[in-house]
Write a protein that binds this ligand. Structure first.
Ligand code: SAH
Ligand code: SF4
Ligand code: F3S
Length: 475
């Protein structure tokens, strides 16, 4: 059993994982994912690795031999949800004591062996960089041992593993381009759960995009905690690591993926305001198939709060980045993340968040109240001083304002025509299809003779705060 967190070098350990159906062992894997897109993308890597060991994925937990929960630790309530789910799983165990129950992802990394040894809720624990070890860990459990691997790596990118697309609509897919995060925002647990930042080779990213196009996919989202700091063959000083090889930054990577096929749309997440360059915006504006949509988390509209958050930018800097996006792409969709009630946030500082929102008028936002995470800089340095009720009140003001802005944004789209990628039938009716425009807003329209993966022009006639409602028109 390994349960240390020292960082491990994994050079030369790459093994090609074959496809699941090639040698099934008759056993079934049930996977459930929580948290961010990166976690959902990781689950596809897990399915591939377990497929290589003969496991077939199932949606029916009752027939599964191995149950894995890929978890999130970003806020306390994310962890509570997982604990509730693990408690429910105890019944599964009572009915079938041989069933292996494991926890993966960020909560596994944060709590290490606690859920196994002290709380006895799981049989297996694997952190985000330990997934190649999963088949061994399952075998260890089957032979009656405790199985924990929470080693973080400086190298692991799973670059050679071909993800098994789970719950896919056959049109959109994630491509993970980097792992970990070196930023140390003071509220954030991710650097502790996902380790050091490392980029995946540009060549394997382009190859994965090409494979997806060949399989009929028409949209990829490039994933990283801070995509703007993607660098391949570039060291910390900005010099090539290997003089004889090509260097690739994020703008150059975007261009490479855009050139794979004009029918393939490119999205990416997440950009960081301190690192987002005009070079990236120029590439976005230049290629029609790179979507005009940026998710740029602001967190707070007050420079002192941003300083305490260790975000590395001020309110003015953020507004300058927004101005630059609008200069390069006047029609771009912009969304953000906001945290209310961070340590020592005053009412005036909260009002600055509202005023920044008024100034930018985001098209969409994810909004949270601050949840203190153990070990983070904020937990060590600042008192979590804003009472919960106050955090919630501030959050509700933020949400209410954003609702207005989202509705206004969608209303501005009424009367316009957008190129939409058909994703499938709408949730509410088989007579309707749905798909997103370049700005990432979902449109619903009556079905004609188009299939998922087709591009259609949709004229917008009506909207809600979340959805555009329209009809297909000729070019
Ligand atoms: N890498 C991304 C965000 C990852 S976490 C970035 O830098 O923007 C997603 C969002 O969760 C964050 O943007 C933040 O708004 C929120 N978040 C992170 N830690 C949090 C905490 N301790 N309490 C409340 N919200 C938090
Ligand atoms: Fe967390 Fe900041 Fe890294 Fe995002 S950039 S994952 S918020 S530390
Ligand atoms: Fe959660 Fe980990 Fe993602 S903490 S938000 S699953 S990186």
């Amino acid at each position: 059993m390994q349960d240390q967190t020292i960082e491990e070098e994994r050079q030369g350990e790459a093994t090609m994982v074959e496809h699941a159906s090639e040698h099934l062992n008759g056993k079934k894997l049930y996977l459930e994912s929580y948290g961010c897109q990166m976690n959902f993308s990781d689950s596809e890597i897990v399915a591939s690795i377990m497929g290589g060991a003969g496991y077939e994925t199932t949606r029916n937990i009752d027939e599964a031999d191995v149950v894995l929960l890929n978890t999130c630790a970003i806020r306390d309530n994310a962890e509570q949800r997982v604990r509730n789910r693990l408690t429910q799983f105890q019944h599964q165990k009572e009915n079938n004591p041989d069933k292996v129950i494991g926890i993966l992802g960020c909560m596994a990394e944060r709590l290490k062996s606690q859920l196994l040894e002290e709380e006895k809720l799981v049989d297996l624990v694997a952190g985000p960089d330990a997934y190649r070890d999963l088949p061994n860990l399952v075998t260890e459990v089957e032979s009656g041992q405790k199985a924990v691997n929470v080693l973080l790596s400086r190298e692991e990118t799973y670059a050679d593993i071909s993800p098994v697309r789970l719950d896919s609509n056959g049109v959109s897919a994630f491509i993970s381009i980097m792992r970990g995060c070196d930023n140390m925002c003071s509220f954030c647990v991710v650097p502790f759960t996902r380790g050091r930042e490392r980029s995946r080779s540009a060549e394997t990213i382009v190859q994965e995009a090409q494979d997806l196009v060949n399989k009929g996919y028409r949209e990829v989202t490039l994933l990283g905690q801070n995509v703007d700091s993607y660098r391949w063959n570039i060291n910390r000083k900005g010099e090539p690591t290997d003089e004889t090889k090509e260097t690739v930054n994020f703008a150059q990577l975007l261009e490479k993926v855009a050139l794979v096929d004009p029918r393939l749309r490119i999205r990416f997440s997440t950009s960081h305001p301190k690192d987002m360059t005009d070079e990236v915006l120029e590439v976005m504006a230049r290629y029609e198939n790179i979507c005009e949509y940026i998710h740029l988390p602001v967190q707070s509209g007050n420079s002192d709060v941003l300083e305490r958050m260790n975000r590395g930018y001020s309110r003015e800097w953020y507004l300058n980045r927004i101005a630059s996006i609008r200069k390069h792409m006047p029609e771009a969709g912009i969304s953000t993340d906001v945290i209310s009630g961070f340590c020592q946030e005053t009412e005036a500082e909260h009002k600055d968040t509202l005023s920044l929102m008024q100034e930018v008028k985001f098209d969409f936002a994810y909004m949270f109240y601050y949840s203190e995470r153990p070990k983070t800089l904020a937990a060590r340095k600042f008192e979590d001083s804003v009472p919960l009720e106050e955090k919630k009140r501030r959050l509700s003001e933020i949400i209410e304002l954003q609702q207005q802005h989202s509705l206004e944004s969608n209303k501005r789209s009424v009367g316009k025509t957008f190129k939409v990628l058909v994703e499938g039938n709408s949730k509410r009716s088989d007579e309707h299809q749905c798909g997103r425009n370049s700005q990432n807003v979902m449109a619903v329209f009556p079905k004609l003779n188009h299939v998922p993966g087709d591009y259609v022009n949709v004229r917008i006639n009506d909207c809600t705060a979340a959805t555009l409602i329209g009809e297909i028109v000729e070019d």
